[in-house]
Design a protein around this ligand. Sequence first.
Ligand SMILES: *Cc1c(COP(=O)(O)O)cnc(C)c1O
Length: 397
Amino acid sequence: MKLEAQTDLRRRLEQLEGDGLMRRRRVVQGARGAWLNVDGRRVLSFCSNDYLGLASHPDLVAAAQRSLAESGVGAGASALISGHDAQHERLERRLAEHVGAPRALCFSTGYMANLGIVAAMAGRGDTVFSDALNHASLVDAARLSRAEVEVYPHADLETLEARLARCASAVKLVASDTVFSMDGDLAPVRGLVALCERHDAWLLLDDAHGFGVLGHGGRGALPHFGVRSPRVIYMATLGKAAGVFGAFAAGEADVVEWLIQRARSYVFTTASPPALAAALLESVRLIERDEWRRARLRDHVARLRAGLRGLPWTLAPSETPIQPLIVGDNRIAVELMDALLEQGLWVPAIRPPTVPAGTARLRISLSAAHEAEDVDRLVEALRALAARRSPRAALAR
Ligand SMILES: *Cc1c(COP(=O)(O)O)cnc(C)c1O
């Protein structure tokens, strides 16, 4: 006899299917680049966070191979036991120098970094203020911390200030994405820093999509906005523009020391393979050196936005490589994704709960790995699909 819980689970899966919310993975084979081999077909990808086209760069691959030959694959233990390798140490120094912070600490993933940072900095009786559109890892981190959680309306400094002003907690921590991952818009970083100064709060900035992309030399959101403050705990991931895997926190030496002592997702996990650190050292070098990758990315963004003007869907106002085309209905988003994939163009449909209900979208990600013609192909395909759905909108072109 089946458990009642099993029947219930089956019903919930069917509900997802019925609501157009079922997610399916596709199998990718071979190196990551603009073109991917998916389920045996070559498709042009607009769904990667490899913004600078570094994920398969031969210099990164060679650095990882050298390290693998010398150091093997596994770190063997958590960092505080015996897993902290010379390559991890070198990478942390290099990252601190790169972003202009006194000290940096590497985590296995961005998700784990956020869990560890927030729960180490805030606890019972403290308050975490979180932007309504923050990444799921910051949402989960706030919950895990057991602090009071105050979700403020997206980028709304006025509401945030009012809530900070009446908050009596000893520790206040404001957490925000710098580049919002599903919308591509930027947080009001200067305003956030000013508020945290005024109200004696920490500011955790998650620069997952800004690191490598924003700022001179790809140094991220802080130089982009021209801010520097001992209250800022900077966090960025290394699996996106950096093209590898992992994440780091950077800030004042005492903050980083505290994270080493108390961030549970750092303390209680195996250190990452040293070869990843070796690849990342190479990646940071290329991020700093290759300004052309960012220039090319900016050209692609401008090209796409100009090309998609006048479509019946809303291209969200974004200057970053994340370009969301908001179509609203879950099923339309999936139909468009499927129609594009038929033509060999892979653009993911993003649906609730990743984004608010009624804002399903195609999330177009651009990369320096793309050619201008690649962007043109996507523009033409979307214009043709729009014309098929609403001939009048196409005439307005
Ligand atoms: C991707 C992402 C993360 C998680 O990073 P991983 O290294 O993939 O775990 C955290 N925050 C934001 C804003 C992200 O986009």
